[in-house]
Design a protein around this ligand. Structure first.
Ligand SMILES: Nc1nc2c(ncn2[C@@H]2O[C@H](COP(=O)(O)OP(=O)(O)OP(=O)(O)O)[C@@H](O)[C@H]2O)c(=O)[nH]1
Ligand SMILES: [Mg+2]
Length: 293
Protein backbone atom coordinates (compact mmCIF):
# COMPACT_ATOMS: atom_id res chain seq x y z
CA UNK A 1 0.00 0.00 0.00
CA UNK A 2 1.18 3.50 -0.78
CA UNK A 3 1.43 6.43 1.56
CA UNK A 4 -2.31 6.76 1.83
CA UNK A 5 -4.41 3.65 2.14
CA UNK A 6 -7.31 5.96 1.53
CA UNK A 7 -6.44 6.64 -2.10
CA UNK A 8 -6.31 2.92 -2.89
CA UNK A 9 -9.65 2.43 -1.24
CA UNK A 10 -11.14 5.35 -3.11
CA UNK A 11 -9.98 3.86 -6.38
CA UNK A 12 -11.55 0.49 -5.61
CA UNK A 13 -14.74 2.20 -4.42
CA UNK A 14 -15.36 3.43 -7.91
CA UNK A 15 -15.84 -0.23 -8.79
CA UNK A 16 -19.25 -0.03 -7.06
CA UNK A 17 -19.94 3.51 -8.23
CA UNK A 18 -23.34 4.31 -9.72
CA UNK A 19 -24.29 7.96 -9.80
CA UNK A 20 -27.71 7.49 -8.21
CA UNK A 21 -26.80 4.89 -5.59
CA UNK A 22 -25.94 5.46 -1.95
CA UNK A 23 -23.69 2.44 -1.76
CA UNK A 24 -20.63 4.23 -3.08
CA UNK A 25 -21.15 7.24 -0.82
CA UNK A 26 -21.69 5.06 2.26
CA UNK A 27 -18.48 3.20 1.53
CA UNK A 28 -16.69 6.50 0.94
CA UNK A 29 -17.81 7.70 4.38
CA UNK A 30 -16.41 4.53 5.96
CA UNK A 31 -13.13 4.89 4.10
CA UNK A 32 -12.71 8.48 5.30
CA UNK A 33 -13.40 7.48 8.89
CA UNK A 34 -10.87 4.66 8.63
CA UNK A 35 -8.38 7.19 7.32
CA UNK A 36 -8.76 9.15 10.59
CA UNK A 37 -11.27 11.72 9.40
CA UNK A 38 -13.74 12.05 12.27
CA UNK A 39 -17.20 10.54 11.80
CA UNK A 40 -19.05 13.85 11.99
CA UNK A 41 -16.75 15.44 9.44
CA UNK A 42 -16.91 12.43 7.12
CA UNK A 43 -20.70 12.24 7.18
CA UNK A 44 -21.20 15.96 6.49
CA UNK A 45 -18.56 15.95 3.81
CA UNK A 46 -19.96 12.99 1.92
CA UNK A 47 -23.57 14.21 2.24
CA UNK A 48 -22.55 17.52 0.72
CA UNK A 49 -20.52 15.80 -1.97
CA UNK A 50 -23.42 13.59 -2.99
CA UNK A 51 -25.77 16.54 -3.12
CA UNK A 52 -23.40 18.66 -5.17
CA UNK A 53 -22.61 15.85 -7.60
CA UNK A 54 -26.31 15.31 -8.15
CA UNK A 55 -27.02 19.00 -8.67
CA UNK A 56 -24.04 19.62 -10.89
CA UNK A 57 -24.54 16.30 -12.70
CA UNK A 58 -21.03 15.16 -11.95
CA UNK A 59 -20.28 11.48 -12.21
CA UNK A 60 -17.47 9.02 -12.60
CA UNK A 61 -14.17 8.77 -10.86
CA UNK A 62 -12.47 11.84 -12.26
CA UNK A 63 -15.30 14.30 -11.73
CA UNK A 64 -16.28 13.05 -8.28
CA UNK A 65 -12.69 12.95 -7.07
CA UNK A 66 -12.08 16.46 -8.40
CA UNK A 67 -15.19 17.74 -6.58
CA UNK A 68 -14.10 16.04 -3.37
CA UNK A 69 -10.70 17.67 -3.76
CA UNK A 70 -12.30 21.11 -4.06
CA UNK A 71 -14.41 20.51 -0.96
CA UNK A 72 -11.45 19.32 1.06
CA UNK A 73 -9.47 22.35 -0.05
CA UNK A 74 -12.03 24.51 1.70
CA UNK A 75 -11.26 22.73 4.96
CA UNK A 76 -7.54 22.08 4.83
CA UNK A 77 -5.58 25.26 5.29
CA UNK A 78 -1.90 26.01 5.33
CA UNK A 79 -0.06 28.82 7.02
CA UNK A 80 3.54 29.92 6.99
CA UNK A 81 5.13 31.22 10.14
CA UNK A 82 6.90 34.48 9.48
CA UNK A 83 9.27 36.37 11.72
CA UNK A 84 9.44 40.18 11.74
CA UNK A 85 12.96 41.47 11.59
CA UNK A 86 14.21 43.58 14.48
CA UNK A 87 11.22 42.59 16.61
CA UNK A 88 10.77 40.22 19.50
CA UNK A 89 8.95 37.25 17.98
CA UNK A 90 7.77 34.44 20.24
CA UNK A 91 6.65 31.00 19.14
CA UNK A 92 5.07 29.08 22.00
CA UNK A 93 5.14 25.34 21.38
CA UNK A 94 2.14 23.51 22.80
CA UNK A 95 1.01 19.90 22.92
CA UNK A 96 0.47 16.88 25.15
CA UNK A 97 3.38 14.76 26.27
CA UNK A 98 5.42 12.82 23.80
CA UNK A 99 3.98 14.29 20.59
CA UNK A 100 7.33 15.76 19.53
CA UNK A 101 7.27 19.31 20.91
CA UNK A 102 10.92 19.54 21.86
CA UNK A 103 12.10 17.88 18.66
CA UNK A 104 9.89 20.17 16.55
CA UNK A 105 11.06 23.23 18.48
CA UNK A 106 14.66 22.28 17.67
CA UNK A 107 13.84 21.60 14.01
CA UNK A 108 12.18 25.01 13.69
CA UNK A 109 15.06 26.67 15.47
CA UNK A 110 17.34 25.14 12.86
CA UNK A 111 15.14 26.31 10.00
CA UNK A 112 15.05 29.92 11.19
CA UNK A 113 18.73 29.96 12.05
CA UNK A 114 19.41 28.95 8.46
CA UNK A 115 17.39 32.00 7.38
CA UNK A 116 19.74 34.12 9.50
CA UNK A 117 17.14 34.84 12.15
CA UNK A 118 18.74 35.17 15.60
CA UNK A 119 17.06 32.34 17.51
CA UNK A 120 16.87 31.69 21.23
CA UNK A 121 15.29 28.55 22.61
CA UNK A 122 13.51 28.88 25.94
CA UNK A 123 13.65 25.74 28.06
CA UNK A 124 10.24 26.39 29.53
CA UNK A 125 9.41 22.76 30.10
CA UNK A 126 10.67 22.91 33.65
CA UNK A 127 8.35 20.13 34.73
CA UNK A 128 9.86 16.96 33.34
CA UNK A 129 13.20 15.72 34.57
CA UNK A 130 15.79 15.97 31.80
CA UNK A 131 13.65 18.24 29.61
CA UNK A 132 16.01 21.15 30.22
CA UNK A 133 19.02 18.99 29.37
CA UNK A 134 17.29 17.72 26.23
CA UNK A 135 16.77 21.20 24.84
CA UNK A 136 20.21 22.33 25.97
CA UNK A 137 21.70 19.47 23.96
CA UNK A 138 19.74 20.52 20.86
CA UNK A 139 21.04 24.05 21.39
CA UNK A 140 24.60 22.78 21.53
CA UNK A 141 24.23 20.69 18.39
CA UNK A 142 22.52 23.45 16.44
CA UNK A 143 24.69 26.26 17.76
CA UNK A 144 21.65 28.03 19.21
CA UNK A 145 21.45 29.84 22.50
CA UNK A 146 19.22 28.29 25.15
CA UNK A 147 17.76 30.23 28.06
CA UNK A 148 17.12 27.90 30.98
CA UNK A 149 16.31 27.91 34.66
CA UNK A 150 16.32 25.10 37.17
CA UNK A 151 13.95 22.20 36.86
CA UNK A 152 10.75 22.89 38.75
CA UNK A 153 11.03 26.66 38.35
CA UNK A 154 8.36 28.87 36.83
CA UNK A 155 8.12 28.24 33.06
CA UNK A 156 6.71 31.73 32.46
CA UNK A 157 9.84 33.24 33.97
CA UNK A 158 11.96 31.36 31.43
CA UNK A 159 9.94 32.84 28.56
CA UNK A 160 10.21 36.25 30.22
CA UNK A 161 14.01 36.05 30.41
CA UNK A 162 14.36 34.62 26.90
CA UNK A 163 12.28 37.48 25.48
CA UNK A 164 14.43 40.01 27.37
CA UNK A 165 17.57 38.39 25.97
CA UNK A 166 16.03 38.55 22.50
CA UNK A 167 15.27 42.25 22.86
CA UNK A 168 18.71 42.98 24.22
CA UNK A 169 20.27 41.51 21.08
CA UNK A 170 18.06 43.62 18.83
CA UNK A 171 15.22 41.19 18.22
CA UNK A 172 14.84 37.76 16.74
CA UNK A 173 12.88 34.67 17.54
CA UNK A 174 12.22 32.97 20.86
CA UNK A 175 11.02 29.40 20.51
CA UNK A 176 9.56 28.31 23.83
CA UNK A 177 9.16 24.63 24.59
CA UNK A 178 6.47 23.73 27.14
CA UNK A 179 5.63 20.78 29.35
CA UNK A 180 3.04 18.45 27.94
CA UNK A 181 2.29 16.74 31.16
CA UNK A 182 1.02 18.15 34.40
CA UNK A 183 -0.88 16.32 37.08
CA UNK A 184 -4.23 17.05 35.51
CA UNK A 185 -5.83 18.94 32.66
CA UNK A 186 -6.94 21.88 34.80
CA UNK A 187 -3.42 22.29 36.05
CA UNK A 188 -2.05 22.18 32.54
CA UNK A 189 -4.54 24.71 31.24
CA UNK A 190 -3.89 27.14 34.11
CA UNK A 191 -0.16 26.84 33.65
CA UNK A 192 -0.51 27.47 29.92
CA UNK A 193 -2.69 30.52 30.44
CA UNK A 194 -0.01 31.97 32.66
CA UNK A 195 2.76 31.37 30.13
CA UNK A 196 0.49 32.70 27.40
CA UNK A 197 -0.05 35.97 29.27
CA UNK A 198 3.66 36.45 29.74
CA UNK A 199 4.60 35.52 26.17
CA UNK A 200 1.96 37.78 24.68
CA UNK A 201 3.05 40.71 26.82
CA UNK A 202 6.73 40.23 25.97
CA UNK A 203 6.41 39.72 22.20
CA UNK A 204 6.02 42.70 19.90
CA UNK A 205 2.62 43.28 18.39
CA UNK A 206 1.65 40.65 15.83
CA UNK A 207 4.82 38.67 16.59
CA UNK A 208 3.42 36.05 18.94
CA UNK A 209 2.32 32.64 17.62
CA UNK A 210 0.93 29.67 19.50
CA UNK A 211 1.89 26.50 17.74
CA UNK A 212 0.28 23.19 18.57
CA UNK A 213 2.17 19.97 17.95
CA UNK A 214 0.08 16.87 17.30
CA UNK A 215 1.13 13.31 16.56
CA UNK A 216 -0.36 12.00 13.30
CA UNK A 217 -0.44 8.44 14.63
CA UNK A 218 -3.01 9.40 17.27
CA UNK A 219 -5.72 10.15 14.69
CA UNK A 220 -8.85 11.60 16.19
CA UNK A 221 -7.14 12.11 19.55
CA UNK A 222 -5.06 14.75 17.85
CA UNK A 223 -8.26 16.60 16.96
CA UNK A 224 -9.54 16.41 20.55
CA UNK A 225 -6.20 17.74 21.81
CA UNK A 226 -6.40 20.58 19.35
CA UNK A 227 -9.84 21.41 20.68
CA UNK A 228 -8.62 21.56 24.28
CA UNK A 229 -5.59 23.75 23.53
CA UNK A 230 -7.56 25.97 21.18
CA UNK A 231 -10.16 26.57 23.86
CA UNK A 232 -7.56 27.16 26.57
CA UNK A 233 -5.21 29.61 24.88
CA UNK A 234 -6.04 29.66 21.15
CA UNK A 235 -3.91 28.00 18.49
CA UNK A 236 -2.46 29.82 15.47
CA UNK A 237 -0.84 26.94 13.65
CA UNK A 238 -0.39 23.19 13.84
CA UNK A 239 2.67 21.02 13.38
CA UNK A 240 1.89 17.43 12.47
CA UNK A 241 4.60 15.00 13.59
CA UNK A 242 5.40 11.33 13.03
CA UNK A 243 3.91 11.44 9.61
CA UNK A 244 6.53 8.87 8.65
CA UNK A 245 4.77 6.37 10.94
CA UNK A 246 1.23 6.48 9.60
CA UNK A 247 -0.50 6.10 6.28
CA UNK A 248 -3.45 8.18 7.48
CA UNK A 249 -3.89 11.90 7.18
CA UNK A 250 -7.54 12.44 7.94
CA UNK A 251 -6.96 14.23 11.25
CA UNK A 252 -5.77 17.23 9.22
CA UNK A 253 -9.15 17.30 7.50
CA UNK A 254 -11.06 17.20 10.80
CA UNK A 255 -8.86 19.85 12.38
CA UNK A 256 -9.51 22.11 9.44
CA UNK A 257 -13.23 21.45 9.23
CA UNK A 258 -14.08 21.41 12.94
CA UNK A 259 -11.59 23.94 14.29
CA UNK A 260 -10.36 25.91 11.25
CA UNK A 261 -6.77 25.36 12.30
CA UNK A 262 -4.14 25.76 9.59
CA UNK A 263 -1.10 23.52 9.37
CA UNK A 264 2.38 25.03 9.18
CA UNK A 265 4.72 22.04 9.10
CA UNK A 266 4.70 18.30 8.73
CA UNK A 267 7.48 16.25 10.33
CA UNK A 268 8.58 12.91 9.00
CA UNK A 269 11.36 11.67 11.23
CA UNK A 270 13.67 12.33 14.14
CA UNK A 271 16.40 14.24 12.31
CA UNK A 272 16.63 18.04 12.19
CA UNK A 273 15.95 18.00 8.47
CA UNK A 274 12.76 15.98 8.78
CA UNK A 275 10.44 18.98 8.69
CA UNK A 276 8.60 20.44 5.70
CA UNK A 277 6.29 23.37 5.15
CA UNK A 278 2.77 22.13 4.71
CA UNK A 279 1.17 22.61 1.32
CA UNK A 280 -2.53 21.83 1.33
CA UNK A 281 -2.83 21.15 -2.40
CA UNK A 282 0.08 18.75 -2.48
CA UNK A 283 -1.22 17.03 0.62
CA UNK A 284 -4.72 16.58 -0.81
CA UNK A 285 -3.54 15.46 -4.21
CA UNK A 286 -1.44 12.85 -2.48
CA UNK A 287 -4.34 11.93 -0.22
CA UNK A 288 -6.59 11.41 -3.22
CA UNK A 289 -3.80 10.21 -5.50
CA UNK A 290 -4.57 12.77 -8.14
CA UNK A 291 -2.07 13.78 -10.79
CA UNK A 292 0.32 16.41 -9.48
CA UNK A 293 0.64 19.46 -11.69
N1 LIG B 1 9.31 9.01 13.72
C1 LIG B 1 9.24 10.23 14.21
N2 LIG B 1 9.56 10.45 15.50
C2 LIG B 1 9.49 11.70 15.98
C3 LIG B 1 9.04 12.79 15.18
N3 LIG B 1 9.05 13.90 15.97
C4 LIG B 1 9.47 13.50 17.18
N4 LIG B 1 9.75 12.19 17.22
C5 LIG B 1 10.19 11.36 18.35
O1 LIG B 1 9.18 11.32 19.33
C6 LIG B 1 9.75 11.21 20.64
C7 LIG B 1 9.20 12.31 21.53
O2 LIG B 1 9.68 13.55 21.05
P1 LIG B 1 9.85 14.84 21.96
O3 LIG B 1 10.26 15.94 21.07
O4 LIG B 1 10.70 14.56 23.13
O5 LIG B 1 8.35 15.02 22.43
P2 LIG B 1 7.76 16.05 23.48
O6 LIG B 1 6.39 16.42 23.04
O7 LIG B 1 8.71 17.15 23.71
O8 LIG B 1 7.68 15.12 24.76
P3 LIG B 1 7.52 15.59 26.31
O9 LIG B 1 8.49 16.70 26.54
O10 LIG B 1 7.84 14.36 27.09
O11 LIG B 1 6.11 16.01 26.48
C8 LIG B 1 11.25 11.28 20.45
O12 LIG B 1 11.77 9.98 20.44
C9 LIG B 1 11.40 11.92 19.07
O13 LIG B 1 12.60 11.58 18.43
C10 LIG B 1 8.68 12.52 13.82
O14 LIG B 1 8.26 13.39 13.04
N5 LIG B 1 8.80 11.23 13.40
MG1 LIG C 1 9.58 17.91 25.39
Amino acid sequence: MGKFGFAQKLKSLFGIYKSESDEFYDALTDALIEGDTGAATAVTLVDDLQKICREEKLSGREQVTQRLFLMLKEYVKQTSLEVQEGKVNVFLILGVNGVGKTTSAAKMAGLFKNKNVPVIMAASDTFRAAAVDQIALHGERLGIRVVKHQMGSDPGAVVFDAADACRAQGGGLVIADTAGRLHNKENLVNELKKIDRIASSKADEGCYKKILVVDATTGQNAVRQAEVFNEAVGVDAVILTKYDSTAKGGCIISMGKELSLPVAYVCTGEKYGDINSFDSETFLKEFLEMEQA
